[in-house]
Design a protein around this ligand. Structure first.
Ligand code: ADP
Ligand code: MG
Length: 718
């Protein structure tokens, strides 16, 4: 008796061993990326034709989606007056004839006209046209001679030259051959039972050849769980490994001696406001990480304006009070310089002990390092960093360039971490010569839903700042469409400016070309200064400007020497000018929710009421309208993130690479939210203190199989 077949076994068997796979079919499978039996088994159907829902041509309802099963009676192609190809096929069942019209699908003539087509499944809405029942551009699947209540339809590319029944037959062959030995199930039986999941072999059978749609769904659930479990196991394992294997720094939380006793306490006491309870909670969570010898690896998620900066500075100062240094890295120069200004303002005139100086103390020193930093300044910063007299370094990716050597880096804060590349984020972790790992706090103002965070940030501990500082007046948001309504926006701008406030105008996003984007911003400036906003002081800010010019414009705006700042999305991240009260976003329907939310967060930062006007084109898609309506309905970033996930799916939270390659074939972070949580709980249970997977060798080998090293690396550095 041989052991059940594992995924690793299946991965080791080529498809050429299947009956009916000759050199030509092998090429076709290659086109689909299928080389092993495992590839084939995980090439899941794209659709199912459910015969139990079959409608009859003569009696099917009009205007609703129906499934018709029939045969081709005739096919013809012609050109329409504007030169398009139109293929007309008459489809017949036992009750009547349905005319199907296909526009711009010339290949249909060949597909349906072959004579040997057999049964067809047609899916779409029937309309009456010239007294005849017809469908336009329906979904068509060739059923051929397939029987059974449910017929699986496989994703194929035309180039492969394969048919859906080729694939179906081979899959059936694999499942038949596996039947004797059975397919091994690495998930403990008690876990399956408590989650109500079937065994893996049944799931493979049920997803390829279900008895009913309900059977398909429960089979799918099992396989979705497997995918998510592997991902979570990998993330949780990584987290435990990091904890077990790296030497962290035990920070001085409540330092009463050392170079700067009580630094954090006096910083907090000197703040002009008291911390929100969310900020207090965040600092407590961070402190308990900092006090451990295990390196912190924590994400601080907080909506725009939730007060992340104070939390970050507290964390940096904790390192300083224990005799270490802190680094704060921001994605843009504008933001880094702004952080420099606000951190210096927050820290004020603090001093730290320096026994070997004349006075016995020296001022706490904050340095700034970007690509704009002049050579002499840069030399001074680097010298201070190396000898430990520079306490806090703020900057852009210039912080991780050659030649930047810290004396003892204790804490790293990375702002807007998603804007950094994988390597850039990892670099600061290995900044210390003695190979101690600094504590790392990454921050993001882009809220993502909880279950998505579990996947994208699965190896980070997460702290959420879910409360805004008091006294904020919520921003009033409206959206307008078309020229006439747009005038309302400019009226608002003029009246706010005459009340002494300032305004941002964000210009259309042109993804294809920054050059075009800049041109459109310039045009907008000219138009507005000549017409709607003539007489006001307008400034322009865009990504192609030299850094000095950018900085000069921002300084002018901050000093209220400009009334209106016309900008491209360069202002999206972190800009803080409390006197600005209006945000006008042009072509707002072309922005995603996350971006609109970030942009809106630029206003309403002072005591005065904030406004956001979303100017859209009059021809809105339903999705665009849903986005704008959500923006009007709520200012809660997490609620918006949920809407976004519903509207757009994974793309919003998973990076391009994560979307493209990895084990998530079936699982969707949107549809399968519940399974993400369940899989995470099971993964935490199995990994235990970090050695738990050793008891589950089969699971361990599957991890190695489906996530290659590069994938794992990518996931883990995110
Ligand atoms: P973000 O999370 O977007 O980075 P900031 O740290 O820039 O937010 O804080 C936004 C504004 O709120 C700043 O002007 C800051 O001074 C102020 N702020 C932060 N915490 C509090 C608080 N507890 N009470 C009152 N104002 C606060
Ligand atoms: Mg911030």
């Amino acid at each position: 008796m041989t052991a059940p077949i594992t995924l690793t076994d299946l991965d080791g068997m080529g498809v050429s061993r299947l009956q009916g796979v000759g050199p030509k079919k092998l090429k076709g499978l290659e086109v689909l990326g299928i080389s092993s039996l495992l590839d084939l088994l995980t090439h899941y159907p794209r659709r199912y034709i459910d015969r139990t829902r079959e409608a009859q041509i003569a009696s099917a309802g009009l205007g609703v989606e129906v499934l018709i099963l029939g045969e081709v009676a005739s096919v013809s192609a012609r050109r329409t007056r504007n030169g398009k190809v139109m293929v007309v096929a008459d489809i017949r069942d036992s009750t009547g004839t349905l005319r199907c019209t296909f526009f711009n699908q010339a290949w249909r003539e060949h597909q349906l006209g072959g004579g040997q087509v057999g049964e067809l499944a047609i899916f779409g809405k029937i309309e009456m046209f010239n007294g005849k029942r017809q469908m336009t551009n329906p979904v068509v699947d060739l059923v051929g001679t397939r029987t059974g209540k449910i017929v699986s339809v496989y994703p194929l590319s035309e180039k492969s030259g394969l048919s859906t029944w080729d694939v179906g037959d081979w899959v059936a062959q694999v499942l038949r051959r596996c039947a004797d030995r059975g397919i091994a199930d690495p998930v403990p039986a008690n876990v399956l039972q408590s989650l109500g999941l079937m065994d893996r072999q049944s799931a493979f059978t049920g997803i390829h050849a279900p008895d009913s749609m309900a059977h398909m769904v429960s089979s799918r659930n099992r396989l979705v769980f497997d995918e998510l479990l592997r991902l979570q196991l990998s993330l949780v394992q990584r987290q435990r490994d990091l904890e077990r294997n790296s030497i962290g720094i035990v920070q001085e939380i409540g330092a009463t001696s050392g170079p700067a006793p009580g630094l954090v306490r006096s910083f907090l006491e000197a703040l002009p406001y008291s911390l929100t309870s969310a900020q207090q909670r965040a600092i407590a969570e961070i402190n308990s990480d900092l006090a451990r010898p295990i390196p912190m690896h924590r994400l601080l998620q907080g909506d725009v304006g939730s007060g992340k900066t104070v939390v970050a500075v507290t964390t940096l100062l904790t390192a300083v009070q224990g005799g270490h240094q802190g680094a704060l890295m921001a994605p843009t120069e504008v933001l880094a310089e702004q952080h420099g200004t606000s951190v210096r303002a927050l820290i004020g005139e603090m001093t730290i002990d320096a026994p070997d100086t004349l006075l016995g103390t020296r001022p706490l020193s904050v340095g700034l390092l970007t690509n704009r930093t002049r050579a002499a300044q840069r030399r001074a910063v680097l010298a201070g960093l190396a000898d430990g007299t520079l306490d806090i370094l703020i900057g852009t990716h210039a912080l991780i360039q050659e030649g930047v050597q810290f004396h003892s880096l204790g804490v790293v804060v990375i702002d807007e971490q998603h804007r950094f590349g994988v390597e850039q984020r990892a670099a600061l972790r290995s900044a210390n010569a003695d190979s101690t790992i600094p504590d790392v706090l990454v921050m993001t103002a882009t809220p993502i839903p909880r279950t998505a965070a579990m996947t994208v940030y699965g190896d980070l501990d997460v702290t959420v700042l879910d409360e805004l500082p008091p006294g904020r007046t919520p921003i009033e948001t409206s959206w307008v469409a078309g020229q006439a309504e747009e005038e309302e926006a400019w009226e608002l701008v003029r009246s706010q400016v005459s009340a002494g406030h300032q305004t941002y105008v964000v210009c259309p996003l042109i993804e294809e070309s920054e050059k075009l984007e800049v041109a459109s911003a310039q045009e907008t400036l000219e138009r507005l200064s000549a017409n709607e906003l003539s007489g006001l002081r307008l400034g322009l800010l865009h990504g192609r400007m030299a850094s000095d010019d950018k900085q000069a414009v921002m300084d002018q705006f901050r000093a209220a020497e400009l009334d209106v700042l016309i900008a491209t999305t360069v202002i999206e991240v972190g800009v803080d000018v409390p006197n600005a009260t209006v945000m006008v976003i042009l072509d707002a329907d072309r922005f995603g929710i996350a971006q609109l939310h970030q942009l809106r967060g630029r206003v309403g930062r002072g005591g005065a009421r904030g406004f956001c006007v979303l100017v859209a084109t009059s021809e809105l898609t339903t999705d665009a309208q849903a986005r704008l309506e959500a923006m009007v309905r709520t200012t809660d970033g997490f609620e918006l993130a949920e809407v976004d996930l519903d509207l757009r799916g994974e793309g919003t939270v998973m990076g391009e690479r994560q979307k493209g390659r990895n084990d998530l074939q079936l699982a969707s972070l949107r549809r399968d939210r519940d399974w993400v949580e369940k899989a995470r709980a099971v993964a935490i249970e199995i990994v235990g203190d970090g050695t738990g997977l050793e008891q589950h060798p089969l699971l361990g080998s599957e991890l190695a199989l489906v996530l290659d090293d590069e994938d794992r690396e990518f996931l883990h550095k995110s």
